[in-house]
Design a protein around this ligand. Structure first.
Ligand code: GNR
Ligand code: NI
Length: 167
């Protein structure tokens, strides 16, 4: 197992569109384990492969406080969405920045598990927010990119200032 490096915004690699996983091999299983370890260590409630510079459709999520409810989504697709909700989001690739994003209140997602079996999941609340946030990463989109250009440029300035102070 290994803790992987998480790409930090702004990084063009966060805009890469992920490709479907063709076959669940040992490499994929090992990546899933490393992504889970990286997420738990951060700590975060979700991680998309994009964030560790692997551009394949793989997501890990665990919204439990006990870190024992790992959800692995391979080749996920949202097949239904309902309602609207505003939730204060954060992102391991944009540390220290929090803000609201409007998303569907509930989603139905279909995916493969790590055993290669397909399943369907209905999610609402934080899990629905997290699934949509992670699926955006796979599409090359970071949550702050829903914000106005003005708010994005202020956020970028804050991040640059912070990065200067730690170097
Ligand atoms: O750890 C995370 N917390 C979080 C909080 C609100 C909405 C979304 C998230 S996902 C984030 C981890 C992350 O960056 N995943 O891509
Ligand atoms: Ni994120």
């Amino acid at each position: 197992m290994a803790i992987l490096k998480i790409l930090q915004y702004p990084d063009d690699r966060l805009h890469t569109v992920a490709a479907p996983v063709e076959r669940i091999t040992d490499r994929v299983r090992e990546l899933v384990e490393d992504m889970a370890e990286t997420m738990y260590a951060a700590p975060g409630i979700g991680l998309a492969a994009t964030q560790v510079n692997v551009h394949e459709r793989i997501i890990v999520i665990d919204i439990s406080e006990t870190h024992d409810q790992l959800l692995v989504l391979i080749n996920p697709e949202i097949i239904a969405r309902n309602g609207v909700s505003d939730y204060e989001e954060g992102c391991l690739s944009v540390p220290g920045i929090y803000g609201k994003v409007q998303r569907a209140e509930s989603v139905t997602v279909s995916a493969l598990n790590v055993g290669g079996e397909s399943f369907t999941l209905n999610a609402d609340g934080l899990l629905a927010v997290c699934i949509q946030h992670e699926m955006d990463h796979l599409a090359g989109k970071v949550f702050i990119e829903y914000w106005s250009k003005l708010k994005q440029s202020r956020t970028l300035a804050r991040l640059k200032k912070k990065q200067r102070s730690v170097m």
